[in-house]
Design a protein around this ligand. Structure first.
Ligand SMILES: Cc1ncc(COP(=O)(O)O)c(C=O)c1O
Length: 395
């Protein structure tokens, strides 16, 4: 018997970053020294105080035992403390806070915990891939809300057909946005989404993974700051970007207690939670000094400015994002007629620079490329030079 994938799995192409990694390996095998600006995997070390806390925690044998899937009470309290301090929102650490083995896994698990087969989820396009793939793998039906540059990469909720709105179980929103780097200039979209949720009875899953990675004195809001939001929304956060802890696999969700209880029950069957020593270190990340985060924002902002300038010098206009670790740029004039995947493939194989094709984030991402600012400025300059050489070769 030949094992066959489920129809759900077979319906999805291989994960974007796995595809890019294969192309990268191919370029390296051919002797290229590759600069990888593909995945949003931070290159900077995690905070020293957090690494020290991890070492101290690993020395305590109790941390080697199975964790509880609901997370350590000390971590839930630290999350609630951080939230109150950062957003002036008070949360009950026992019912409105849940640590996650990464927010990617948490989002996927939320879809699996809440969706009936073929139930609709309103998903932005382009989006962080799990917003779409997670729904498909949970047996749900994504309905794409296009994000366009003219609309500031915000969805137009009035364009959702009433029949779709009526059946929607979850709406996914993500600002600061991956991949577009867009931010909310006001609370209007959040208020509209909450009104929509009240009218149609869907849950808002608000992905705030980049809430702390903001530039030019922009501060990102939490949806839970809007009065009544805790009745209709959950919000996802990640340690991956804020504290450069992507490989540690830890995030959290806060907000609506019923949704969190269902997710916690689901996780109880499926995962053992986050290793205790990592949870202990995460408490230090939240309770310890936060200068790491402001330094990080300064570093990414410098990189953003340097890369936008360097790309401009080789003829590629890229807008300056006000948050996230990404530039989201329309394909350069000389390559306007190329598909983003072709552009990415040729750039990797011929010039050893990995950047992500916009189409990998959904059909409305076609025509754009995403550049992750995950390398020191000298390497970004080198990458821009190689991109310039590539553009010179195009007619
Ligand atoms: C919008 C968004 N949400 C969630 C994640 C995943 O974060 P985590 O590492 O906590 O799973 C990412 C990672 O790139 C992201 O861009």
């Amino acid at each position: 018997m030949k094992p066959t994938p489920s129809k759900k799995l077979a319906s999805l192409p291989p994960y974007l970053f796995v595809q890019l990694a294969k192309l990268k390996a191919q370029a390296e095998a051919a002797g290229q020294s590759v600069i990888d600006l593909g995945q949003g995997s931070p290159d900077l070390p995690s905070p020293a105080n957090v690494v020290e806390a991890l070492k101290a925690a690993v020395d305590q044998p109790w941390t080697h035992r199975y964790p509880q899937s609901g997370g350590l009470p000390a971590l839930r309290t630290a999350i609630a403390d951080w939230y109150r301090h950062r957003f002036k929102v008070t949360l009950d650490p026992d019912t409105q806070v849940l640590p996650l083995v990464g927010s990617k896994e948490g989002l996927a698990h939320l879809f699996m915990a809440l969706l009936e087969p073929h139930q609709t989820v309103l998903v932005p396009s382009p989006c962080y891939p799990v917003h779409y793939n997670g729904v498909v793998l949970a047996g749900g039906k994504p309905y794409l809300m296009p994000l366009s540059e003219e609309m500031g990469f915000l969805p137009d909720l009035r364009k959702i057909p009433p029949a779709v709105a009526k059946n929607a179980k979850i709406m996914v929103l993500n600002y600061p946005n991956n991949p577009t780097g867009a931010v909310l200039e006001s609370n209007l979209l959040l208020e509209d989404a909450l009104n929509f949720s009240q009218k149609h009875g869907c849950l808002i899953a608000y992905d705030n993974a980049y809430s702390e990675l903001t530039f030019d004195s922009y501060r990102a809001p939490s949806i839970l700051q809007i009065p009544g939001a805790v009745d209709r929304a959950v919000e996802f956060h990640s340690f991956s970007k804020t504290y450069s802890m992507a490989g540690w696999r830890i995030g959290f969700v806060v907000g609506n207690a019923e949704a969190i209880a269902h997710l916690a029950k689901f996780k109880g069957f499926l995962d053992y939670g986050i290793p205790n020593f990592i949870q202990q270190a995460a408490v230090e990340a939240l309770h310890g000094p936060q200068d790491y985060v402001s330094d990080l924002c300064r570093t990414y902002q410098h990189r953003r400015d340097a890369m936008v300038k360097a790309l401009g010098e080789v003829g590629w206009e890229a807008p300056k994002s006000r948050a996230t670790m990404y530039l989201w740029a329309p394909l350069p004039k000389k390559a306007r007629r190329m598909k983003s995947l072709k552009f990415a493939e040729r750039l990797i194989l011929e010039h050893g620079v990995v950047i992500s094709p916009g189409v990998g984030f959904g059909p409305h991402g076609e025509g754009y490329m995403r550049i992750s600012l995950i390398a020191p400025e000298e390497q970004l300059a080198e990458a821009a030079g190689r991109i310039g050489a590539f553009l010179d070769r195009l007619k």
